[in-house]
Design a protein. Structure first.
Length: 255
């Protein structure tokens, strides 16, 4: 039976308090992973030290790799683009360091030919002990997501999303807001198909790992939604539509 290789890209920013639990997941999943690529967005706490300590503690230098940006980018696009550029597996799986993915999902991916983008369902938890690496998963319950659905809502969670290597470099995560939504949308324009597992959770619990720039952007968005819900929705729908038209023209020119 063919076994497919998995590259896990883990991004971080000021995430020192989540590394212990993330290490528990990675220790349990290591046998199913081809490589683990950490990319830190120039943290100013102990994140980088703790990640390096974790890697060195088990002499994991052949499978674990660590990269750090020299300057905080303020957005997740640059760390993710760097991480995916270093990945060599058949599947590239994304997560932030405060995300916890069931280990059996990685085992499942090793048996699946990389044909479509797979995503999980985000599930917030307040207590880290709620997550156990060996929880059961349901791979029989999923929905197909098409480009028409992606136009109105980002239905693909980046946390735990598995992208086939042959698709990963068709596009890059763009700068600015809605970067993951735009990335999925651009891949959909290339004809890539998506499946979302509705009964496989990826756990997360941290709004505090956001960079200062992103916190300000979210506060601004929240104020717009709170006071000008309809104009805000129209503005971003039109903005995404213009972006889609420009991208579609570029793809047509390339092919």
């Amino acid at each position: 039976m063919v076994t497919y290789k998995i590259s896990l890209v883990v991004t971080s920013y000021n995430s020192s308090k989540f590394i212990k639990k993330s290490a528990q997941m990675l220790n349990a999943a290591e046998s199913f992973l081809h490589e683990i690529i950490f990319v830190d967005d120039c943290s100013n706490d102990e994140t980088q030290k703790l990640i390096n300590d974790f890697i060195s503690s088990g002499n994991r230098y052949k499978k674990f790799f660590f990269y750090s940006l020299s300057k905080n980018s303020g957005r997740p696009s640059k760390p993710r683009n760097l991480g995916k550029s270093k990945a060599s597996g058949d599947w590239i799986v994304f997560c932030d360091i405060d995300d916890l993915i069931p280990v059996r999902y990685f085992k499942y991916l090793t048996t699946q030919k990389p044909l479509k983008i797979l995503s999980l369902t985000k599930f917030p938890i307040e207590n880290q002990s709620c997550y156990q690496p060996d929880i059961s998963i349901d791979t029989d319950t999923f929905i197909k997501i098409n480009i028409r659905q992606l136009k109105f809502k980002n239905m693909i969670s980046l946390s735990g999303a598995a992208v086939p290597k042959k698709y990963i470099d068709l596009e890059t995560f763009p700068k600015g807001v809605l970067e993951d939504w735009k990335y999925w949308h651009s891949l959909a324009l290339h004809g890539v198909e998506f499946l979302k597992f509705t009964n496989i959770p990826v756990f997360y619990w941290s709004p505090t790992t956001l960079s200062p720039k992103k916190k300000k952007q979210i506060e601004r968005v929240a104020s717009l939604i709170g006071w000008h819900r309809i104009p805000f929705y129209i503005f971003y729908t039109l903005k995404l539509k213009r972006w889609e038209n420009n991208l579609f023209r570029r793809i047509n020119n390339e092919f």
